[in-house]
Design a protein around this ligand. Structure first.
Ligand code: PGA
Length: 249
């Protein structure tokens, strides 16, 4: 049985004060939470978060990583640096990075590889836009995004990370995919991986992301192929985030 993972993606939100309050709030409410829990603050707060989380079961993640190891890449942060600050996870290929910062499938695959090479667990985000859903090409888009990583790293590499299905139209919009819509795509992703390696498909956690809230988390997580959530807005309030964590198994 795959464990539920609930990961908070803080995006471009937080301050030193917020980081302390939010992490302490989460740590104070973990009694009875059986899900795996992770938080992904912006880069400048990783060191602070690392200290606050020391000795706890909550894992630390970053929101982005360079595809390069070191050198003249102004503004970039390497996987080795993230590792040094106690990161366990790193999000790669979030739709906001794909759409706002022009990250294409090949670039995302290189980031996935860079993270894995340093022993970080990449959280690979995939998902279609509203236009793509309406055109009926959801599976095609998700397959392309997934295959780009499989081509570079091989299907077995997916077992070192996590996949997050995030329909772009559901992110930050309050429009959650229905449990059936989400499960359908999750099952498709698992089947596609199984086509390469059944054991990896069975093992890999596939998270749903897109307007997950305390009141819809339980029904989403109850679906056979939904193994948790990547949480944006609702990860910024300890109470809401914990409410989602409590819905996990
Ligand atoms: P949301 O964001 O929960 O605010 O919709 C999810 C995400 O982008 O990871």
């Amino acid at each position: 049985m795959r464990k539920t993972l609930v990961a908070g993606n803080w995006k471009l939100n937080a301050s030193i004060q917020d980081t302390e309050k939010l992490i302490n709030g989460v740590l104070a409410g973990l009694d009875g939470v059986s899900a795996e829990v992770a938080v992904c603050p912006p880069f400048p707060y990783l060191a602070q978060a690392q200290q606050l989380l020391a000795g706890s079961s909550v894992r630390l993640g970053a929101q982005n990583v360079s595809d390069q190891e070191s050198g003249a890449y102004t503004g970039e942060v390497s996987a080795a640096m993230l590792k040094e600050f106690g990161c366990y996870y790193v999000i790669v290929g979030h739709s906001e990075r794909r759409s706002l910062y022009a990250e294409d499938d090949a670039f995302v695959a290189r980031k996935f590889a860079a993270a894995r090479q340093q022993g970080l667990a990449p959280i690979l985000c995939v998902g279609e836009t509203l236009e793509e859903r309406e055109q009926g090409v959801t599976e095609k888009v998700v397959a392309r995004q997934l295959d780009a990583v499989i081509e570079v790293e091989g299907a077995a590499a997916l077992a070192d990370g996590v996949i997050a299905y995030e329909p772009v139209w559901a992110i930050g919009t309050g429009m959650t995919a229905t449990r059936e819509q989400a499960q359908e795509v999750h099952a498709f992703i698992r089947q596609r991986i199984a086509g390469h390696d059944a054991a990896v498909a069975e093992k890999v956690q596939i998270l749903y992301g897109g307007s997950v809230k305390p009141d819809n988390a339980a029904e989403l997580f109850a679906e056979a192929d939904i193994d948790g959530g990547l949480i944006g807005g609702a990860s910024l309030k300890a109470e809401d985030f914990l409410g989602i964590c409590s819905a996990g198994r």
